[in-house]
Ligand binder design. Structure first.
Ligand code: WTA
Length: 669
């Protein structure tokens, strides 16, 4: 059965509803739909008053704010802008002298299974010391620091230390290439890179520091004065004298000095971080987040969406290189005083039961992961009894979460039955790098669940579905997802490119002040529940990772000795959600044999891995003498998407100059 049929079937049968049971309702912060509706009504009646109340309740301000929302320069909205705070103090110092002080903040499980625990008090000590290192290196409030780190306690320490001194971090996922790193260093104008000699994943030692060297050597990175290296393994790394220091050396140099570091208060709008993400053009966008509104959201959604309680053990499996790892690893759990699990490795090593084994071992009560991981573990469990979740005791689980891509109802049901044992609500959280945290999601103690639906907006989130002109569409009609009013954790601008910020997210045709998410969605006729139907722009979602088709096209045509032209589209994939499919015209003409085609395809894949990162490697590569184009010379992407899916061609192809290419493109390598 093709995926399209699958989707249609799933939608048709989706009348299954799972209301919260007594266990989920009891003691929940937002217990029952009337409680949720009351919060929504409060926000609708007094929008600013509602957010001011939340910001006072959830954030510790060193200087209280008097203005809640400033819309005078929309869409450059400002929240709590005359207030001051420190984000790290809100995650650490705040807990000192409370029962959280000696609680475990992080349970770290290394790739090889070694477990290390650190308390809130000790984490504060480590963050303060490292913040002193940053200061000793001359890093100041407002400077940008690139973090290229594995999933470790040290990765979180690096982020928190930046926040502590008011430096703006930009974390680059450890799977990105030297070139991608270089582009981000240049765009951010970073003064330092924090990295590790190696990262350990799936039993393999992978270089990080060497990639930093390679990236800087590509040129244009003169702003970098310091590279700090966490020695994750005993292996040697090459040092650039005067620029590089190991963590140990940097800390030793502070010997005899105070281990404390007073948190630096910053304005609520001070940029806490820049995180690059893919958009519709070849160049990634530096999504800039503020301090006050972002922190509020991280804390608030831990309470609302995960209904966090003091004895919970929270585990979000996302890497700190993505927004999910920012909000629900580095900031949210700490701001909420949770005990959280951080895992260095991959879900399939040494076996595909690793996640379930870890849930049992650490008594995880809230588990938050991506549909891709679930789908690949379903496959593994179906083919090997030994890694089926039934082999582990998962009774500690209370709430399950899903993030990053649509979860198909089949995967939802498996998650519900085999992991949640039909007792744990699943929060299917819809959000984006730009939204800072959840915006549309069920609440575990209130919302009746429908598989495959992210259900309803959080209180105060004015989400709607509209047509191109911004007009509201009735329930049942598919359209564009928008958020009509600003919210505290929204993107503030695109770093270095305010015009692109306006153009990408606040289209003139809709009045210029409404946030356009870039996703298509539809609301159910009975409950008004939202279901995300996928991106409406040239962004792909592969294994929950955002990739721009243009970025991959640019990478392919940069292989100037081989490639004349390239087009990239997505196609559905059972495990990764979407897969990258590239259509390539070679300078030397089409490959003359399968063997040659396979060789060139392999060469192009490793080229893309070098240009962007292994996550961007095309799964299918198809070669044509040229690409199908309209009379005006535009590539017929819809046709390419049909070919990629293996569908029958229904589009009008009479304008094609060379119909033979349709057959040529039929073969994927
Ligand atoms: C998709 C990840 C359906 C969506 C937090 C969005 C989802 C993009 C969901 C953002 C969900 C995220 N259901 N689709 N629950 N969550 N998406 O910036 O297309 O990496 O626009 O942020 O992922 O990806 P990003």
């Amino acid at each position: 059965m093709s995926n399209t049929n699958n989707n249609i079937e799933s939608v048709l049968v989706e009348n299954r509803v799972f209301p919260p049971d007594a266990r989920a309702l009891q003691g929940a912060r937002i217990s029952g739909m009337p409680a949720y509706e009351a919060l929504c009504a409060e926000a609708a009646a007094d929008f600013e008053g509602f957010w001011a109340r939340q910001a006072k309740e959830h954030v510790v301000w060193t200087q209280p704010f008097t203005r809640t929302l400033d819309e005078s320069n929309a869409p450059f909205y400002q929240w709590f802008d005359d207030g001051e705070l420190n984000v790290s103090a809100n995650c650490l110092d705040k807990h000192m002298g409370t029962p959280v002080e000696h609680k475990t903040a992080i349970v770290f499980e290394a790739d090889d299974g070694t477990v290390t625990k650190i308390s809130y008090r000790d984490l504060l000590g480590r963050v303060s010391q490292f913040a002193n290192v940053l200061k000793a290196e001359g890093i100041q409030k407002g400077d940008r620091v690139v973090i290229y780190m594995p999933m470790t306690i040290e990765g979180v320490i690096a982020m928190q230390a930046c926040a502590r001194i008011g430096a703006t971090h930009s974390v680059v996922f450890g799977g990105f290439s030297a070139k991608a790193l270089q582009e981000r260093i240049i765009d951010a104008g970073a003064v330092a890179v924090i990295t590790a000699n190696y990262q350990l994943r799936g039993g393999k030692e992978l270089p990080l520091k060497a990639i930093v060297d390679e990236g800087i050597a590509l040129g244009g990175c003169e702003s970098i004065k310091t590279v700090l290296v966490y020695e994750r393994t005993l292996s040697d790394w090459k040092r650039v004298e005067g620029r590089d220091k190991s963590f140990t050396e940097a800390l030793d140099a502070l010997e005899g000095q105070s281990h404390e570091c007073a948190p630096v208060p910053v304005g609520a709008e001070h940029p806490l971080f820049i995180l690059y993400t893919s958009g519709s053009t070849g160049k990634p966008k530096g999504v800039q987040h503020a301090s006050g509104g972002y922190l509020l959201w991280a804390k608030l959604t831990m309470d609302w969406t995960f209904d966090l309680r003091p004895d919970d053990v929270f585990w979000c499996t996302a890497d700190i290189g993505w927004i999910t790892g920012h909000t629900y690893v580095a900031y949210g759990p700490l701001a909420a005083g949770a005990t959280q699990v951080i895992f260095e490795g991959i879900p399939t090593f040494p076996h595909a039961g690793r996640f379930w084994q870890m849930i049992e071992q650490h008594k995880v009560s809230i588990f938050y992961t991506a549909p891709t991981a679930i789908r690949s573990l379903i496959k593994a469990a179906e083919s090997d009894e030994k890694v089926h979740p039934k082999n582990w005791d998962l009774s500690s689980l209370r709430i399950l979460g899903s993030v990053g891509e649509p979860i198909n109802p089949e995967a939802w049901m498996w998650y519900h039955r085999n992991i949640g044992h039909e007792k744990c609500p699943i929060v299917d959280t819809f959000w984006q790098t730009e939204t800072g945290g959840h915006v549309i999601t069920p609440l575990p103690g209130a919302t009746p669940l429908v598989p495959g639906s992210c259900t309803l907006p959080l209180p105060g989130i004015m989400a709607a579905i509209v047509d191109e002109t911004g007009k509201d569409l009735p329930h049942g009609a598919g359209g564009m997802l928008v958020i009509k009013r600003p919210w505290p954790s929204m993107i503030r601008t695109i770093w270095n490119d305010p015009e692109r910020f306006k153009k990408s997210y606040f289209p003139e045709e809709m009045g210029g002040t409404i946030y356009l998410a870039g996703d298509g969605a539809v609301r159910s006729e009975d409950r008004g529940y939202f279901r995300i139907t996928g991106r409406i722009d040239d962004v792909l979602n592969v294994s929950g990772h955002r990739l721009g088709t243009m970025e991959i096209e640019s990478a392919l045509v940069a292989k100037t000795d081989l490639v004349a032209e390239a087009a990239v589209v997505g196609r559905p994939d059972d495990v990764t959600g979407e897969a990258v499919c590239a259509f390539v015209v070679l300078k030397r003409g089409r490959p003359t044999s399968d063997e040659e085609a396979r060789k060139i395809a392999a060469e192009l894949r490793s080229w893309v891995a070098k240009e962007i990162g292994p996550i961007a490697k095309p799964k299918d590569i198809r070669f044509g003498e040229n690409l199908p184009k309209t009379r005006s010379g535009k590539i017929m992407r819809r046709l390419l998407r049909s070919i990629a899916k293996g569908e029958a061609i229904t589009q009008d192809t009479s304008t094609l100059e060379n119909p033979a290419i349709l057959e040529q493109l039929g073969q994927a390598y």
